[in-house]
Design a protein around this ligand. Structure first.
Ligand code: CP
Ligand code: NVA
Length: 309
C-alpha cells in the first residue's frame, strides 16, 4: 500500500500527486476480481458518521470494509449523541477508543478538521459543503480506465462551484489534467479555491480556468462533468437556483462542442432534465455507473493505505 504522509483524508490538497497516483493503482489492483476479498483489514472497524443522506458513500464504504475482512458501522447524527450536542472533540476521543477509522459526512469542513485533530485514528471526509475527495478518487480512476491517463486530458465541469467543483479542481491540478469550470457568476467557486488549484497546477502544468460560458468550457474537452444545482442542505434554494442555472444544462447541443470521444460523468444522484438530460445521462458517452462502482474500489485502496497496520 502507498505510504501516505497524512493520517487522514480531509481534502486531496493534502496529498501529493504521487500519493494520489499510487492510490489509484492500488485501487485498480483491488478491483481485479481475484482481489475482491483480501483480509487486509481483518478485524478492523470503521465508524461512519452521517449528518446528510447517502446511498453510494454509505454502501461502498460498508461493502468495502467487509470485503477487506473488517466491519463498518453506520452512525447517523440523528442517533448518536453528537446530534444532541456532544462535542466533536469528545466524540472523536471516545470513538478513537473503539474504532480503527472514522468516516464523516457533514456540512462544515471545520467539523471534519476538528474531528481529525482530536482523533487518534484516521479520519476520512465523506463529503462536506466544501469538498468530496473520495468521489474524486473514484472519478480519476474512471478517467484513467477510459483514457489510460488523466494527465493532458481536459475536463469541463458545468454547474455549481461548490464541493464537487472544488475537489475536481484540486484533483485535476494534482494529476495534470486541465479543468474548465462553467458556473453562473453567483455560484462560481470561491476565489481562494481557484487560487489553491491554480497554485497546485503550476507544479503539474495543468490549466485551471473559470468562466460563465458553458460552451467555452466544453470546447475540446474529454470529460463533461456536472452535479445537482441544489446540494444537500440547499433544498429551500432550489427554485431560485433553477433560474440562475438555466443555460447550464448538459444536453446534446452543449455536448456537441466536446471532443468526439468525450465521456459524461456525474457523482450522482442526478436530477434528470435539470442539470442533465436523460439522453446524455443514459447515452453512449455516459460512464456514470462505472464511476459509481469505482467509489468502492478507490475507497478500498484509501482504507488500506490509511488503516492497514
Ligand atoms: N456521490 C455520492 O457521494 O453519492 P451519495 O450521496 O449517495 O453517497
Ligand atoms: N453537491 C452534491 C453532491 C452529492 C454527492 C451535494 O453536496 O449534495
Amino acid at each position: 500500500a502507498p505510504q501516505l504522509v497524512q493520517n487522514h483524508l480531509l481534502s486531496l490538497k493534502d496529498y501529493s500527486s504521487s500519493e494520489i497516483l499510487d492510490l489509484l493503482s492500488l485501487a485498480a489492483d483491488l478491483k481485479k476480481p481475484e482481489n475482491k476479498y483480501l483480509p487486509l483489514l481483518e478485524g478492523k472497524v470503521l465508524g461512519m458518521i452521517f449528518e446528510k443522506s447517502s446511498t453510494r458513500t454509505r454502501v461502498s464504504f460498508e461493502a468495502g470494509m467487509l470485503q477487506l475482512g473488517g466491519h463498518a458501522m453506520h452512525l447517523s447524527t440523528r442517533d448518536i449523541q453528537m446530534g444532541r450536542g456532544e462535542t466533536i472533540a469528545d466524540t472523536a476521543k471516545v470513538l478513537s477508543g473503539y474504532l480503527d477509522g472514522i468516516m464523516i459526512r457533514t456540512y462544515h469542513q471545520d467539523t471534519v478538521t476538528e474531528l481529525a485533530e482530536h482523533s487518534s485514528v484516521p479520519v476520512i471526509n465523506g463529503l462536506t459543503d466544501d469538498f468530496h475527495p473520495c468521489q474524486v478518487l473514484a472519478d480519476l480512476l474512471t478517467i484513467q480506465e477510459h483514457f489510460g491517463t488523466a494527465a493532458g486530458k481536459k475536463m469541463a465541469y458545468i454547474g455549481d462551484g461548490n464541493n464537487m467543483a472544488n475537489s475536481l479542481m484540486i484533483g485535476a491540478a494534482k494529476v495534470g489534467m486541465d479543468i474548465s469550470i462553467a458556473a453562473p457568476a453567483k455560484y462560481a467557486p470561491k476565489p481562494e479555491m481557484v487560487a489553491l488549484a491554480q497554485e497546485i497546477a503550476q507544479g503539474t502544468g495543468a490549466k485551471v480556468h473559470v468562466t460563465i460560458d458553458p460552451v467555452e468550457a466544453v470546447k475540446d474537452c474529454d470529460v463533461i462533468y456536472t452535479d445537482v444545482w441544489a446540494s444537500m442542505g440547499q433544498e429551500q434554494e432550489a427554485l431560485e437556483r433553477m433560474e440562475h442555472f438555466k443555460g447550464f444544462q448538459v444536453n446534446e447541443a452543449l455536448a456537441a462542442h466536446a471532443n468526439e470521444n468525450y465521456i459524461f460523468m456525474h457523482c450522482l444522484p442526478a436530477h434528470r432534465e435539470e442539470e442533465v438530460t436523460t439522453g446524455i445521462l443514459e447515452g453512449p458517452h455516459s460512464v456514470v455507473f462505472q464511476e459509481a462502482e469505482n467509489r468502492l474500489h478507490a475507497q478500498k485502496a484509501l482504507l488500506v493505505a490509511l488503516m492497514a497496520n
